[in-house]
Design a protein around this ligand. Structure first.
Ligand code: SAM
Length: 274
């Protein structure tokens, strides 16, 4: 659908999978990585006895964090289901004069050899809700198992997700804007359906993309599994490969861990491979 907006500006709206637009994703999610990286580095130093050199990010997307960690001399590997995100990530590594870091694959079904690695790594991370794209407990158990194969005993898996609190009113809408050069992306998120019995949250997400002379709106939907604190804890405990060793939240404040309660919402679980 194309509508005249002003004589020199065209406006278009399309429906699509937002992960198919990695350059817009990277503008909107790629701006504010410093505190995430600081928290990851802090965890690597504080919560494992291993010397952390090799890192893995399942559902790595555009590699917005992987590239920053590579610049800090970590050896990084990523995996993502979306070939466009993987291509974007690898092109970013090539532009930086580095070898490609990401492979295409499903985070419920991969092995060390799929990652072209011979030995397990010391740490992995999975920030901002990607784990919630796995919609069943079977998928989650496969994921915990795959992760256990690629992370050394004593190593870490740092997982950030929004829990659905059992008390209080959850935040169900968010908008923010970010720019890179002449490209501006405004993102809107709105929960349209939250079914805590079926454990499904549907989120309408759109990007309003502005470049000189052009406006584009992309409307998409993200589907997430819901977790209470107890449900998430049970999931990693049932896998028998992971135990909780620390908890932070999305303020990325390393000065103190948070206390988990029924009202906890944005949680970063630091799990240790047992
Ligand atoms: C919110 S993005 C996060 C990307 C990246 N971790 C970051 O922090 O910017 C979620 C990513 O999960 C990926 N994804 C969804 N389901 C997946 C699966 N089963 N296996 C691997 N990647 C998956 C999507 O393609 C998308 O790139």
């Amino acid at each position: 659908m194309t509508q005249p907006n002003s004589p020199e500006e065209k406006s278009t709206t399309i429906a699509g999978n937002l992960y198919d637009y990695p350059s817009y994703y990277d503008v909107i999610f790629g701006a504010d990585w410093r505190r995430e990286i600081e928290l990851l580095k802090f965890c690597f130093e504080q919560h494992t006895e291993l010397e952390v050199k090799q890192l893995f990010e399942p559902a790595c997307g555009t590699g917005r964090l992987l590239i920053q960690l590579a610049k800090l001399d970590f050896e990084v590997t990523g995996l993502d289901l979306n070939p466009r995100a993987v291509k974007y990530c690898n092109q970013r590594f090539k532009r930086a004069g580095r070898t490609e870091a990401a492979v295409c694959g499903d985070m419920t079904d991969f092995s060390l050899s799929d990652l072209t690695l011979q030995k397990p790594m010391q740490a992995a991370f999975n920030p901002i809700n990607s784990i919630r794209h796995l919609l069943s407990e079977d998928q989650m158990q496969s994921h915990w198992q795959c992760m256990a194969e690629v992370i050394e005993l004593g190593g870490l898996y740092i997982v950030g997700l929004h829990l659905s609190p059992e008390v209080g009113t959850p935040c169900d809408a968010e908008s923010w804007t970010a720019s890179r050069g002449q490209l501006t992306v405004c993102s809107h998120l709105q929960t349209t359906d939250l079914d805590l019995t079926e454990r499904i949250e549907r989120v309408a997400m759109s990007y309003d993309v502005t470049t000189p002379g052009q406006k584009l709106r992309i409307d998409g939907e993200l589907i997430f599994r819901t977790y209470s604190l107890e449900q998430f804890t049970q999931s990693f405990e049932n896998s028998a490969n992971w135990k909780l060793c620390a908890v932070y939240d999305f303020t990325y404040d390393t000065s103190q861990q948070i206390s988990l309660t029924e009202a906890s919402e944005d949680v970063i679980f630091v799990l240790q491979r047992t």
